[in-house]
Design a protein around this ligand. Sequence first.
Ligand code: ATP
Ligand code: MG
Length: 335
Amino acid sequence: PKRIFSGMQPTGQLHLGNYLGALKNWVALQDEGSFECFYCVVDMHAITMPHDPKALPGAVRAAAAAYIAAGVDPAKSALFAQSAVPEHAELAWIFNCVARMGWAERMTQFKDKAGKDKERASVGLFTYPVLMAADILVYKATHVPVGDDQKQHLELCRDVAARFNRDYGDGEMIFPITEPVIQGPGARIMSLRDGLSKMSKSDVSDNSRINLHDDADTIAKKIRKAKTDPEPLPDTMEALNARPEATNLVGIYAALTGRTKADVLAEFAGQGFGVFKPALADVAVEYLAPISDEFRRLVADQAEIDRILTDGAERARTVAAPVLKQAKQVIGYWS
Ligand code: ATP
Ligand code: MG
């Protein structure tokens, strides 16, 4: 069967980058109908960095509410918290013994998140991509819709599957070589404060991102304050690509309206940001309003979210348990 797995960390409020890079594609693949979909809130990944234990369960519920508000349908897709499916952690240990130090050392996300003082980073942050490989392969997922920043982690996942199959498969393809699904002008949305770093939940500046639940005034204000240069928009893509902040805003406009960047540029070439920013704010507000209304409604009903997460975890476990069992057998565990 064709299976989709993807997840987000409950490390803060979901933002436009999460939506355009990943969530929007999750919903499209779910609605397309030919995939069995597993959408996870990856709270085990969220503890790889300093976090507030008291806030974490609420952040998991908020992420689940955001998935549903964006169009994930818990009747069609299994929606669950990673920590509720212990098979992820068990398979991750096996994969920790399959992945090589050199593979993990090449990961740029570790270097970015560990910062200068690598000695003080958690060991969990280092093996983060190995747990991610287990998240995916415990469902034998064939496709993973993610943003562009996760490409390297997906390559490690493919390496783990290939190595496991070769070393322990006895000629059999136990795990699939998973395909990343990274598409559209929203695959890499940049910070509103810096066109060279990506929009992130964990960025300390709230003005760096548009959150899915921001109200209309906040969205307009953040776009108005977004860093730009003083030049009007150029008339060639080549000239646009040399200006990271302008490229990013045009890309957001294109992703929200389902157009190409070149098409948006053709409409606004020669216009200054005094014209383009309000147009972008209108598009963003109109697009996000129904999502944020629905988010606010859902997040208020904790019992309903918990019911959905409990049901989703049960469904996920019925798929994950036999896969883990097979992996344990071929690796030679006693139990
Ligand atoms: P954190 O800062 O805590 O890492 P994040 O914003 O990077 O948070 P993740 O939970 O790490 O979010 O990633 C969730 C999904 O969103 C992944 O598929 C990731 O590729 C995608 N994603 C994250 N940021 C962006 C972005 N700026 N543009 C497009 N996709 C993104
Ligand atoms: Mg991230």
